[in-house]
Design a protein around this ligand. Structure first.
Ligand code: HEC
Ligand code: HEC
Ligand code: HEC
Ligand code: HEC
Ligand code: HEC
Length: 460
């Protein structure tokens, strides 16, 4: 012991020198290859890393649910390359310049990887540390969430109780690791993440409040009835569920459940969820049409399939548009009808403003009617970075249950031959091409949501 102490006293200066060198090296190392970036997240009760089980652990017994879940956007909420590129390539450099922006990264994690947020000591793992696991919204996170704090669910204001008890929807009790939780049967559990605003107070996620203010809650239809049913939609106004056992393993034989909630969580990344989500109708508002006449076409868009606005979700990115064409098949002529601008800034008409052409890359035929929300930054420019938005300057998305009417005008050529074909298509685009190409990724595909056509007789 004495020997050790003497040695310690003698080498104090040496130790100090070594310590300083290590400190400098450590600082350099953080600059060059930080493993974890600190993020400030406000005051919350943080859990320890091992408090949450990885979703794979649940697969041992809940294999069927796990197989559905692993393809869902919840499983990919953190690894999703669009999210990662925006977080690491756009937001993180901003945070390094301005440490006050750290809380913004923390906010992203709170919804996109709540278990990292709750356990990794408020640190964002560097990309090369993904071997730590890159959990999105995990099984264990959702099933140990018990409530929310504050007046209404929003901005990841969840209250959690990680541990052996898993909270679920079934009322009758058994010896298993479970407890009945009415919270899980309500849209509120979705609202904690599907409702949110940024640090400028701009509401960037409004799916929950769109649903809340629609007629769906009065009809008792929750998010789960569509997004956790067998079909992802209502069939004739009703939610259809699978039935079966929810867990299976050796020596385990739980009862068959009449209602089995699907864990696919289909959204606009799933074609079947989008196809036919809006119903189109064409009305010929003019009678007795002759060559040379100007006709008026009414088009209605019925958004009664979705429980919220269309589009919803990441509203700074999503858009839908209406493509209206008339043709005279006999002479092979086709016209694209242009929508009339309604808003001064032309946010509702493709290709009508500088910002439009920049963000849409002319992907959308100019003149098409757009349905979207537009968020702008402090310089008044349209932004696709939700944290930079200082206000929402435009929003003409189709509301839940709304039937929107549009009118288009067309002058039949004086030398027209045959009848007139009208074709109307509604498309959906997940992100503007300029946004993804800037992140070094391939543009998303235009998805055809609905299509309708009509033949209009011309009197010769
Ligand atoms: C986004 C949150 C969320 C995630 C992630 C999630 N669940 Fe669920 N789970 C729910 C909700 C909500 C219900 C109940 C739905 C209702 O009652 O309307 C449920 C129901 C269940 C049930 C009851 C049986 C059933 O399917 O009806 C089990 C068991 C279950 N989940 C296990 C899991 C497992 C295992 C995983 C991961 C493979 C998982 N959950 C991932 C939210 C989630
Ligand atoms: C050793 C097998 C086993 C493992 C591993 C397991 N569970 Fe379970 N779990 C069960 C059984 C059995 C039930 C009861 C089934 C029943 O009553 O229908 C159950 C019930 C549940 C329920 C309750 C559903 C309800 O409302 O009654 C939830 C939620 C749940 N498990 C979540 C999870 C999660 C999350 C994980 C991973 C962290 C997990 N389980 C891991 C076997 C398991
Ligand atoms: C802990 C936060 C959290 C909770 C709770 C949560 N979600 Fe999500 N959800 C997300 C995030 C984050 C994404 C987006 C992932 C991505 O696109 O990178 C998402 C994606 C989705 C999608 C897919 C959207 C698409 O574009 O395809 C659907 C559908 C969905 N959630 C429904 C629900 C429902 C229904 C509930 C309630 C039962 C729920 N979520 C609860 C965070 C959450
Ligand atoms: C009546 C059925 C229904 C209900 C209720 C419902 N949805 Fe949807 N949801 C849909 C359909 C259909 C789509 C695809 C078309 C669309 O985007 O509107 C969709 C799309 C989504 C998307 C993807 C949006 C995008 O553009 O990326 C999310 C996220 C989502 N729903 C979450 C929720 C949440 C959270 C709730 C509850 C607050 C909810 N939904 C209630 C039917 C429903
Ligand atoms: C209040 C919860 C919440 C917060 C905070 C949040 N998100 Fe999200 N984010 C979501 C949900 C829910 C979706 C899915 C909505 C949808 O599918 O349209 C989503 C979708 C996205 C998408 C679209 C992904 C895709 O593939 O279409 C990106 C990109 C994204 N978020 C980035 C971020 C970044 C960066 C931050 C932090 C500055 C952040 N989010 C903060 C809940 C949140």
């Amino acid at each position: 012991m004495a020997k050790y102490m003497t040695a310690g006293i003698i080498s104090l200066n040496l130790l100090r020198a070594i310590f300083i060198t290590i400190a400098i090296l450590a600082m350099l190392a953080t600059e060059v290859s930080a493993d974890f970036y600190p993020v400030q997240t406000g005051t919350i009760n943080l859990n320890r890393p091992h408090d949450y089980s990885p979703s794979k652990d649940c697969a041992n017994c809940h294999l069927y649910l796990y197989q559905q879940f692993e393809h869902s956007m919840h499983a990919k909420a953190f690894t999703n390359p669009v999210f990662q590129n925006q977080l690491y390539d756009v937001l993180l450099p901003q945070m390094k310049e301005n440490p006050n922006a750290r809380h913004k990264v923390g906010k992203c994690l709170a919804c996109h990887s709540p278990t990292i947020y709750m356990t990794k000591n408020q640190q964002l793992p560097a990309r090369h540390r993904m071997e730590y696991g890159a959990p999105g919204v995990t099984c264990d996170f959702c099933h140990t969430m018990i409530s929310y704090s504050g007046k209404s669910p929003e901005n990841a204001n969840y209250v959690t109780s990680p541990g052996p008890i898993k909270y679920g929807p079934f009322k009758y009790s058994s010896d298993w690791h479970r407890k009945y939780s009415p919270f899980h049967t309500s849209s509120k559990i979705c609202g904690v993440c599907h409702e949110g605003s940024n640090s400028h107070g701009v509401q960037t996620h409004t799916t929950y409040s769109e649903w809340l203010t629609s007629s769906w809650p009065k009809k008792g239809v929750e998010c789960q009835d569509c997004h956790m049913s067998a079909t992802g939609r209502l069939i004739d106004g009703k939610a259809i569920f699978e039935r079966g056992i929810i867990a299976a393993a050796r020596y385990i034989s739980p009862p068959e459940r009449k209602k089995l909630f699907s864990h696919r969580f289909p959204g606009t990344n799933v074609l079947s969820q989008l196809e036919g989500a809006v119903k189109l109708k064409i009305y010929n508002l003019s009678r007795e049409i002759e060559p040379g006449d100007t006709i008026f076409l009414g088009i209605s868009l019925d958004n009664s399939e979705a429980g919220h606005s269309m589009p919803t979700g990441a509203i700074e990115l999503r858009q839908a548009w209406l493509d209206v064409r008339v043709s005279l098949p006999q002479s092979g002529q086709v016209w694209q009808l242009k929508a009339e601008r309604i808003s001064d800034e032309s946010w509702d008409t493709a290709g009508m403003s500088v910002s439009n052409t920049l963000s849409l890359d002319n992907e959308i035929t100019p003149g098409s009617r757009l349905y979207r929300a537009v968020l702008v930054d402090s310089k008044g420019r349209q932004t696709f970075n939700n944290w930079q938005a200082v206000s929402k300057v435009f929003d003409n998305r189709l509301k839940a249950g709304e039937i929107r009417r549009e009118m288009f005008r067309f002058t039949v050529p004086a030398d027209a031959l045959g009848n007139l074909d009208v074709e109307v298509k509604l498309y959906y685009l997940r992100y503007p091409p300029a946004f993804v190409t800037r992140l070094g990724m391939k543009p998303a595909k235009n998805i055809l949501v609905a299509k309708e056509s009509k033949i209009i007789k011309i009197n010769y």
